[in-house]
Design a protein around this ligand. Structure first.
Ligand SMILES: CC(C)(COP(=O)(O)OP(=O)(O)OC[C@H]1O[C@@H](n2cnc3c(N)ncnc32)[C@H](O)[C@@H]1OP(=O)(O)O)[C@@H](O)C(=O)NCCC(=O)NCCS
Length: 149
């Protein structure tokens, strides 16, 4: 089941963060800032515990994915795809023209995941991350999805 996350999910989200992002993880205070940010929305995939999370942001006609993460023991079962489907449903509901995201050029798994879902690399952002790694800017048009559902 996917549901909206609230501040009561902070501990579970931080545990997921530890499991999914070895070094470059959000600290609890940053997760709390996101949970309280009215322009950001966080969702959790729950099945006997929090197994996945998705955070997106509404940016005037564009929905940006800030994070998607699935518990390592539950990957390749479609949870990530289900979370991204939720993001795209929200984007269409908002009337957003596209969904955007950035992924580290070193994160081959995530890039493969996003490409499988129809996201295209539109740019390479040099030193995008504070620790110096490059990122791919990736996009998926929601307008095409309306024309060809
Ligand atoms: C990226 C991530 C969210 C994918 O979650 P998931 O639940 O395993 O993804 P799904 O099972 O829905 O995969 C859907 C499709 O994406 C592709 N895919 C997913 N993981 C992949 C991988 N490691 N390598 C290659 N392709 C992959 C496959 O085509 C897959 O379909 P298939 O399993 O039928 O072949 C997960 O690996 C993760 O949490 N990684 C760590 C956090 C992270 O890097 N997040 C993204 C950056 S914010």
């Amino acid at each position: 089941m996917i549901r909206s996350a609230g501040v009561g999910d902070l501990d579970a989200l931080y545990q997921l963060e530890i499991l999914c992002f070895a070094e470059r993880r959000f600290q609890p205070q940053h997760l709390m800032y996101i949970l309280r940010n009215p322009r950001a929305s966080t969702f959790v995939y729950e099945n006997g515990g929090v197994l996945g999370s998705l955070t997106l942001q509404d940016e005037d006609g564009v929905v940006r994915i800030l994070s998607v993460a699935v518990h390592p023991a539950y990957r390749r079962r479609g949870i990530g795809r289900t979370l991204m489907t939720t993001a795209e449903e929200i984007a269409r509901r908002f009337g957003a023209r596209e969904v955007r995201l950035e992924a580290s050029t070193k994160n081959e798994d995530a890039v493969a995941f996003y490409r499988d879902l129809g996201y295209e690399i539109v740019d390479t952002l040099r030193k995008y991350y504070s620790w110096g790694d490059d990122a791919y800017a990736m996009r998926k048009s929601m307008l095409a999805a309306i024309r060809n559902p």
